[in-house]
Design a protein. Structure first.
Length: 129
């Protein structure tokens, strides 16, 4: 299992690391709310916030379970962003990660349901190890 910088593309690591630090420092309201429920192994597994994988920065990732959680703003629903997200998801799937997505509105409106879904996915991925 790879940790930390080992999941990043070495050629782009410095730039991606700067972006990931900025993303953590200036996170969205939805990201802040979800992180308050994921940090400190509250769901039993360690999550990382704004973690670099290949050439991408995942909003949240549990490396042990190879689970990525993405929070999507409205712009993910339109135009070429849909195709960019599809390509990104396929590449991350090829690395062995499963991605689950929630909209910011979903999370803010019903955090307990989102956390329940994440917990179920963690349990399902643990049972396949």
């Amino acid at each position: 299992m790879k940790y930390g910088y080992e999941t990043a593309n070495e050629a782009n690591y410095t730039l991606l690391r700067r972006f990931s630090k900025e993303n953590r420092k200036y996170c969205t309201e939805a990201e802040s709310i979800l992180w308050s429920r994921l940090c400190n192994k509250q769901l039993g597994d360690k999550f990382r916030q704004q973690h670099i994988i290949g050439n991408y920065i995942a909003d949240f990732v549990c490396l042990k379970r190879k689970l990525i959680i993405e929070l999507d703003g409205r712009y993910h629903l339109y135009g070429e962003q849909i195709e960019k997200d599809r390509v990104r998801e396929q590449i991350l799937n090829d690395y062995g990660f499963k991605i689950i997505r929630f909209t910011n509105e979903e999370l803010i409106g019903d955090i307990d349901s989102v956390v329940s879904t994440i917990r179920k996915e963690l349990e399902a991925r643990a049972s396949t190890e």
